[in-house]
Design a protein around this ligand. Structure first.
Ligand code: ADP
Ligand code: MG
Length: 349
């Protein structure tokens, strides 16, 4: 009764707990937090030093006792403690101005479609310990599709490919449910590793993760460009050990990441092959959609389209699609919780 009455004032939130970025959507307000899923910990004292943007600036620049971790990438349970701290920090930021007697928030969280029951429980518990009153989990590709306003409740195939930092989610959705799906632990961050490795092996240049990501964004592509790009890149010369600058082209970067890109393509094909025939037929009249930061890689839509012979579109504002989808579900929770939500858990008080 108390919760029912005052619940309308509580700041219900939707969260895209991504491997690279965490976004928080507040009911009635929209996206209020968009920060890297990174936490810096002082290993001597066990205390959290920085979270989000501030922690990202420390990557590759810390003394040995400071560890900068991405708590969601490895998916091991011990990292869920860090995930919980990160969530709590973001919740507190949203809630700082809220009156303390108001009920704690209802929370909708996006999780990869491939997560195990144990991992689901861990996310629920993390959100719950961080201060949620009710926790609803929604599969990330579903959230991305809802965020992109695809007609997910129709009895027809909607194909969505979400390429994030640590994982790629491919799903075929019909009637509010996932009909076929693959979750692949390979995405944008692997492209960065590929670039680091390529430069080391082929150009004798050592670079760090942040530089690799920067090069990928500046010069990266999945499909030949009308005008190929080139640019300077700074690192350490492996022969002299000293700083060096070289020029590199978009063709080289494309070659560096091509194996990983091929792996994603193979999974897209297999997911489509697993789709029931009636739904496959629908695909001829609709586009396949791509979301997530990885969809910003130049020409990824052209490459996928070339491979599967179907029209492919990048959704609007692909980095926020999952958060906007979680937000939409939150705004219509009473109607949608039976359909789109995979599990839900309520606090016992
Ligand atoms: P997650 O959902 O896992 O948090 P995001 O959807 O936020 O991931 O995407 C993050 C990934 O997208 C990172 O690997 C990042 O390097 C990549 N990314 C962001 N912008 C671009 C871009 N313009 N070109 C290529 N990759 C990009
Ligand atoms: Mg994501």
């Amino acid at each position: 009764m108390f919760n029912k009455f005052f619940g309308i004032f509580s700041k219900d939130i939707g969260i895209d707990l991504g491997t690279a970025n965490t976004l928080v959507y507040v009911r009635g307000k929209g996206i209020v937090i968009n920060e890297p899923s990174i936490v810096a910990i002082n290993n001597k004292t066990g205390t959290v030093l920085a979270i989000g943007e501030e922690a990202k600036k420390m990557v590759g620049r810390t003394p040995g006792y400071i560890v900068v971790t991405k708590p969601l990438v490895s998916g091991v349970v011990s990292d869920f403690e860090v995930t919980e701290q990160m969530l709590k920090y973001f919740f507190d930021r949203v809630h700082s101005e809220t009156l303390s007697f108001l009920p704690r928030p209802r929370v909708v969280v996006g999780v990869p479609s491939g997560v195990t029951e144990v991992e689901k429980r861990a996310v629920e518990d993390a959100a719950y310990n961080a201060g949620a009153r009710e926790v609803y989990l929604i599969e990330e590709p579903m959230a991305a599709a809802v965020g992109a306003r695809l007609p997910v409740q129709e009895a027809a195939a909607n194909v969505i490919i979400d390429i994030g930092g640590g994982s790629t989610e491919i799903a075929v959705i019909s009637m509010g449910g996932v009909v076929a799906a693959r979750s692949l632990r390979l995405a944008g961050d692997k492209f960065n590793e590929d670039i680091i490795r390529y430069l080391r092996e082929e150009r004798n240049l050592l670079i760090g993760e942040a530089t690799a990501e920067n090069v990928k964004i500046r010069l990266g592509s999945a499909y030949p460009l009308e005008e190929e790009l080139s640019g300077e890149i700074k690192g350490r010369d492996m022969l002299s050990g000293l700083p060096k600058e070289i020029t590199i082209t978009s063709e080289e970067i494309r070659k560096a990441i091509s194996r990983s890109v091929r792996t994603i393509l193979a999974d897209i094909k297999s997911t489509i092959e697993e789709t029931p025939p009636e739904l496959i037929a629908d695909l001829l009249n609709r586009s396949v959609y791509v979301s997530g930061g990885g969809s910003l890689l130049r020409g990824i839509d052209q490459l996928i389209s070339h491979e599967i012979k179907l029209p492919v579109k990048v959704v609007d504002d692909p980095l926020t699609a999952v958060a906007r989808g979680c937000g939409f579900v939150l705004e219509h929770l009473d109607k949608l919780k039976e359909v789109l939500v995979v599990t839900s858990k309520e606090a016992y008080w």
